[in-house]
Every structure is written in structure tokens, then in C-alpha cells.
Write a protein that binds this ligand. Structure first.
Ligand code: TMP
Ligand code: ASP
Length: 256
């Protein structure tokens, strides 16, 4: 790891230059943050779980024709991905009222939406990732109109596929966040699904008990965060052998 060129360190991942041109190594950390980094903890084993869960989801999406940046998993914490120019937007798909949408519109969490919706947030921690419209996106030149259309179409296809996949495991996919990037190969630009899809970036509720199996356990201090991620991995059939089963509870580093 020593001689690798560090490209970027984010809150939950580190990006290193890959072994071949046009590739990047994504390293999954155990760090968890919420509320724009105001809350931070290290959750032992989370990175290993998210690496495996995201790999499984990206490979499944690829098999149904969704173009993704994923190439292969390298080890417990790293995966090789295609280099792309990240579009500075968080694309959120929602099926059920929860989180910010419930707060913004004053509608109780758990209320189904009449139809799935796609929202865009501008990726900027200092601004608190504000909700933006297509008008803002094009006026600010963050993405072109045809790119917005493509991200919306892909996001709804991903939602259909993942809703079915999780439903089969007794889990409701409430909402989730996606990121896209532009990949240039042979002078052709393609939009790829990038980043990760894991319980860090989804709301997953057990269908029978409504128990939360995602990062809301951390955001809302419900405890059992890694256990919940392990349960998602177990239901996906990918429980990694070396993940500590009985680790100490989450370590709260700061909470303000
Ligand atoms: P929200 O209700 O807080 O807007 O979250 C919607 C979905 O997006 C939820 O599944 C969590 C995910 N999300 C992220 O992955 N990163 C973020 O920074 C935020 C705010 C939400
Ligand atoms: N990515 C957000 C942050 O660190 C956390 C979240 O998912 O709510 O602030």
C-alpha cells in the first residue's frame, strides 16, 4: 500500500491510483459519519461488509445491463474500479417517506409514496448537500440535460431491480443514494454508476419487524450497526468468513 498514489480520501473510502491507466482502487474504511461529518465513529468491520455488499450489488446490476464502474474486488477492503469523472450530484431514489423528505414535507416515516421519485442533491458538505433542481444542475453546468435524463432512467431501473432483490430477502428498500461518473473510453463518453451501494447509502427495513438494517442505526443511536450490516450480508448470501462475529460495540469518537 505504501507506494500507491493517494488520489482522494473521503469520509468512508480512500481512492488510490490503480495498477493500470484508467483504473482506481477503492479502499473501504470502518469510519462512519453523519450530519455532514458532525458525528463520527469507527465501526469495526463495516468497511469489509460494505466492500462485499457493494460488490454483490454492482455485479448483480451489471448482469442486468446497468453500466457500472466496478471491475473486481481485490481483497477484504479494496476493489478495482474504472476511473471516472464524478458528477457532483447525489441521486436519491425514494419509495417510502423517510429521512429528509418526511421532515421537509411533514409526512410520517413509513408512508408509501404514490410513485417512486428521483431527487438530486449537490455534493458539497460545507453547504450540507442542498437539494437542487434540474434548472440548477444545467445552469451550474454540473450535468447536461441528456445526462440528467440518463441518470433518472438508470436510477429508476436500479430501483426496480434492487427493490425486487431485497423484497426476496424480506427487506423493503425505502430509499437509497447513487453517484454517477463520466467514463471516457476510445473517445466515447459513457455514464457509469460509481461509488458504492451498501447499507451506508440505503434505507433497508425488515419487512416483518420494520427493524432498520442500515446507517439510520448509527444516525439515530440505535446500536447494533455492524450486526445489522452483517444481517444484510447474510441474507444476500455473502457473509464474509473473517468478519468478527462478536466485536465490541461502536466507538463514538465525537458527537456534536
Ligand atoms: P435523506 O432522507 O437523509 O435525504 O437520505 C436519503 C437516502 O440517501 C438514504 O437512503 C441515505 C442516503 N444518503 C447517503 O447515502 N448520503 C448522504 O449524505 C445522505 C444525506 C443520505
Ligand atoms: N454522508 C453524510 C455525512 O457524513 C452522512 C449521511 O449519510 O447521513 O454527513
Amino acid at each position: 500500500m505504501k507506494n500507491r498514489k493517494l488520489l482522494y480520501e473521503g469520509k468512508a473510502k480512500i481512492l488510490y491510483e490503480g495498477p493500470e491507466p484508467g483504473t482506481i482502487i477503492q479502499f473501504f474504511k470502518d469510519d462512519a459519519t453523519a450530519f455532514d461529518n458532525k458525528k463520527h465513529a469507527t465501526l469495526e468491520g463495516k468497511g469489509v461488509l460494505n466492500n462485499r455488499i457493494s460488490e454483490h450489488i454492482m455485479v448483480s446490476l451489471d448482469s442486468v445491463g446497468i453500466p457500472t464502474h466496478f471491475i473486481k474486488r481485490l481483497n477484504m477492503r479494496e476493489q478495482l474500479v474504472k476511473k471516472c469523472e464524478i458528477i457532483p450530484l447525489e441521486v436519491v431514489v425514494r419509495n417510502i417517506f423517510a429521512g429528509q423528505l418526511s421532515k421537509r414535507l411533514g409526512i410520517e416515516e413509513g408512508t408509501p409514496l404514490r410513485r417512486s421519485i428521483v431527487e438530486f442533491y449537490y455534493k458539497d458538505d460545507a453547504l450540507g448537500d442542498p437539494l437542487v433542481s434540474e434548472e440548477h444542475i444545467t445552469a451550474m453546468n454540473w450535468a447536461m440535460p441528456h445526462e440528467i435524463d440518463e441518470m433518472m432512467a438508470l436510477s429508476l431501473r436500479i430501483n426496480d431491480f434492487l427493490s425486487g432483490l431485497f423484497r426476496g430477502l424480506g427487506i423493503t428498500l425505502v430509499d437509497f443514494k447513487l453517484e454517477y461518473g463520466r467514463n471516457f473510453e476510445n473517445d466515447i463518453m459513457r455514464i457509469l454508476l460509481a461509488d458504492e451501494i451498501s447499507p451506508d447509502s440505503c434505507r433497508l427495513w425488515d419487512m416483518k419487524t420494520n427493524e432498520k438494517l442500515d446507517k439510520d442505526r448509527f444516525r439515530r443511536d440505535l446500536g447494533g450497526v455492524t450486526e445489522a450490516y452483517q444481517e444484510v450480508a447474510r441474507r444476500l448470501g455473502i457473509m464474509p468468513e473473517n468478519t468478527p462475529a462478536n466485536h465490541a460495540g461502536p466507538v463514538l469518537v465525537s458527537d456534536n
